[in-house]
Each structure stands twice: as C-alpha cells, then as structure tokens.
Design a protein around this ligand. Structure first.
Ligand SMILES: Cc1cc2nc3c(=O)[nH]c(=O)nc-3n(C[C@H](O)[C@H](O)[C@H](O)COP(=O)(O)O)c2cc1C
Length: 252
C-alpha cells in the first residue's frame, strides 16, 4: 500500500476553533470537508483525540473554521499546529478578529479567505481521531484564494536540498529557509515573511544526521520536520504536531 497516494487528495488548511466555558482554543487541520449544502450546510472535521481542541469541542459542541488564504503564514501555522493550547494560550499572540453568537472565535484578516462556525450535531469515533459533523450557522467570505494543502507540503519540502548543502548560511527558525545572501534590517524571509531576528547561523549539528551503518536514518515528519528514530506502530503520532506515520518519509 502506497500511503503517499493519500497525499494526492485535495485539501485546504484551516484554523479550527472552539470555546468551552469561556476558554478559547484552536488548532490547524487539513481534514475538513463539506458534507451537505442547502439551508443547513454541514461540514466534517477530523480531530486527533489527543488535541485540546477536540477535548473542548467534545464538551461545548461548538466549532469554527477559519480558512487559510494563499499567502501561507508559516508562523501562524506553527503557532496553531505545532503546540498545544494545554501549554499556552494560543489566542494571546493571535487575538481573534471576532466571535460568533456562541463565543466561537474566528479570523478575518488578510491571512484568511473565509470563516464559518456552528454546532456539532454528530460525533463519530475513528481510531486515533474523532469526526465532528458541524451544522454551519454563521460565516462570511473574505478576500483571496484558499491555501491548498499540497502546495503547503511542497513548499515545506522545497528548502530541503539547501539544508543538506548548507554551510555558513542563516536558517529561519520559523520555516527552515536558509539564506546565503545579504540580510539587511528590512530583510524578509521569502517563505514565511519573518525578519532577520528569527534567523540563526546554520550550526554543524543542525546538519541532517547520517544513518549509523546498518541502521535506519530515521523517519522525518513532512509537516513539522521532527525526526523519529524509534519504532512507529500503527497508532504512532508525531510528538510535535500529532500527525500519524503516513506523513513520515525516510531521512536522506
Ligand atoms: C499542516 C498541519 C495539518 C494538520 N492537520 C490536522 C488535522 O487535520 N487534524 C488534526 O487533528 N490535527 C492536525 N494537525 C495537528 C494539530 O494542529 C496539532 O496537533 C495541534 O498542536 C493541536 O493543538 P491543540 O492541542 O491546542 O488542539 C495538523 C498540523 C499541521 C501543522
């Protein structure tokens, strides 16, 4: 079975939000699809059981979806998609642009092209994940085109050859881009738009680690870059971004 075939399915990328007893949280998800249309449109959202967003949404039965636009803000994706709201208040750094009638937060700035919110009407356990069916009651179309998940993955992989050849460049700590040229005070990372302050020199130990003779070189998560050297059973989940082993590929 070639699990990479699944990467050819088309998705967008979303900040999935919720609120429960006044506590707001949100996470990145690609696993979102419309199920029905008409007067009461429904959307399915698949959330990992370990995620704080899933825990809160299961209690409040409220969910929102802010649709990421084409510009690809990697800092925002890392903020909502590679750390848990159990450890930080994600909305402290990214205050929502609005909340719906139930208090579910959403975003309307230029990084988003639409938002929608509603109530959970069905919940289906699915192994490591829970599928929430949301009846959409509020929403708005904004400017711009939606970000395509496959484009996000392709752009994330693009700097890899440069990383391997890197000697003496400066690495963006947000997206991994390596800059070899001049970086003036107004410099902006061509991938994520961050300034020189988030760059650090490429250290020798940051080079990819060669596989010990006769052993595997590990498996790299194509979403967050984490390298797993240990066993990866069927229920394995990336300790950084929570994704399953199907998004991992061999190092090297
Ligand atoms: C590009 C990308 C796509 C993701 N897609 C999903 C997804 O579809 N479903 C999911 O449950 N987690 C997905 N995640 C992982 C969660 O966003 C991540 O585990 C997050 O830290 C959970 O935060 P929370 O514990 O605050 O809810 C994705 C992460 C990234 C970076």
């Amino acid at each position: 079975m070639d699990t990479k075939a699944l990467r050819q399915l088309s998705y967008g990328l979303y900040v999935v939000t919720t609120v429960c007893d006044g506590k707001m949280n949100g996470q990145i998800a690609d696993a979102v699809m419309q199920i029905t249309g008409g007067e009461r449109p429904t959307v399915a959202v698949s959330l990992n059981n370990n995620n704080y967003t899933r825990e809160l949404a299961a209690k409040s039965r409220l969910l929102g979806i802010s649709v990421l636009a084409d510009g690809m803000d990697r800092e925002l994706i890392a903020h909502f998609g590679m750390q848990s709201g159990r450890d930080i208040d994600k909305f402290a750094a990214y205050p929502p642009d609005g909340v719906d009638e139930q208090g579910v937060p959403y975003f309307t700035d230029e990084r988003f092209c639409a938002w929608m919110t509603g109530r959970v009407i069905e919940e289906m356990p699915m192994g490591t994940h829970t599928i929430f069916v949301v009846e959409i009651t509020e929403g708005e179309t904004l400017c711009g085109k939606p970000l395509i998940y496959a484009d996000y993955l392709a752009a994330k992989r693009a700097p890899e050859p440069a990383k391997k050849a890197a000697k003496g460049g400066m690495r963006c700590t947000v997206c991994g881009h390596i800059e070899y040229g001049e970086m003036g005070p107004d410099y902006k990372c061509p991938l994520c738009g961050m300034g020189p302050e988030v760059f650090e020199p490429v250290a020798a130990e940051a080079e990819p680690v060669a596989a010990p003779a006769g052993q595997t070189g590990g498996m790299r998560c194509t979403l967050c870059g984490y390298v797993e050297q240990g066993e990866m059973g069927p229920d394995y989940q990336c300790p950084v971004c929570g994704m399953g082993r199907e998004v991992f590929e061999p190092v090297g």
